[in-house]
Design a protein around this ligand. Structure first.
Ligand code: PXL
Length: 280
């Protein structure tokens, strides 16, 4: 068991099973000490809810960072999720410089879009700034839509061809990202999965699951958290990505019969599976 500490910066959506309310329990369940930096506090996430509150915590970020520096607090890994503004992206670059241990791991999930659309409140200027942050990262976790917005590529509905996915991976490599975990890849209607591309060696690996009937908000965050926990426990990238994908599928499966539960997935009920697979 490692004593590596991770710090994750993303919002707190008080209700809705996404961002910090899934990252903290999932990474902790993986046996990893997890510090948090809330980028904003919302009453709910922005997908499918209206009139949510949004308390921007941008101004707190440099103060929190300064206190950590004064206290000599630093981390083996920083994992970023949903960020609320371009200024916050700039602050993340400062956090990488000032509170990540030398040789520490930068994991960036450019959580900002899905199904061909940017989430509420984002625009292409934000997507391009996020692309720059991805260029500084060791590992990035975009879905197909986010890759398209960051690389100015056309989003194609439905299944992709291998040529199209290879084109996206090449464009993501040009951003400067070292290791790419591209999510939401589907070469045939019944399968959905990830491609892991190590840009330094050119190695590409893939992992596919049976496509579930339902999709849901928050699954990208569940994936990123489980992936981060598994990597910090020493799993290879492809094994961590496969475990994270299986964890999301299990969470979706445990949610699908509940028609009233549409805003997130019941990942809590899949945690035992995640932990037992990690400890094998
Ligand atoms: O799951 C990504 C996410 C995180 N945080 C907020 C969101 C979303 C997706 O819509 O709205 C606030």
């Amino acid at each position: 068991m490692t004593d590596a500490k991770v710090m994750t910066i993303q919002d707190i959506s008080c209700y809705g099973q996404c961002s910090l309310t899934v990252a903290l329990p999932i990474i902790s369940a993986c046996g990893i000490e997890t510090a948090i930096l809330p980028s904003a506090v919302l009453s709910t996430h922005t997908g499918g809810f209206t009139n949510f509150t949004f308390r921007d915590l941008t101004d707190d970020i440099p103060k929190i960072m300064k206190h950590w520096q004064d206290e000599d607090i630093s981390y083996e890994c920083i994992y970023t999720g949903y960020l609320g503004s371009i200024t916050q992206i700039e602050y993340v670059k400062e956090l990488f410089k000032n509170v990540l241990k030398e040789g520490g791991l930068k994991i960036v999930d450019p959580a900002m879009a899905d199904n061909g659309k940017l989430y509420y409140g984002f625009d292409s200027a934000f997507a391009h700034e996020m692309a720059e942050l991805c260029g500084e990262a060791d590992i990035i976790l975009p879905n197909i839509t986010e890759a398209c917005f960051m690389c100015d590529k056309e989003y194609v509905e439905g299944c992709q061809t291998r040529e199209y996915v290879d084109g996206l991976l090449g464009a993501l490599k040009s951003l400067g990202a070292k290791k790419i975990v591209l999510k939401g890849v589907s070469y045939e209607p019944s399968k959905l999965g990830v491609v892991v591309y190590e840009t330094d060696t050119g190695k590409k690996q893939e992992y596919f699951c049976d496509k579930q009937e339902r999709s849901s908000h928050g699954t990208g965050d569940c994936f990123a958290a489980a992936f981060t926990g598994a990597v910090l426990q020493g799993e290879s990238l492809i094994d961590a990505a496969a475990l994270a994908a299986d964890f999301v599928v299990e969470s979706l499966r445990l949610t699908q019969d509940d028609d009233t539960h549409r805003y997130g997935v019941k990942f809590e009920k899949a945690l035992p599976m995640l932990v037992s697979r990690l400890n094998k």
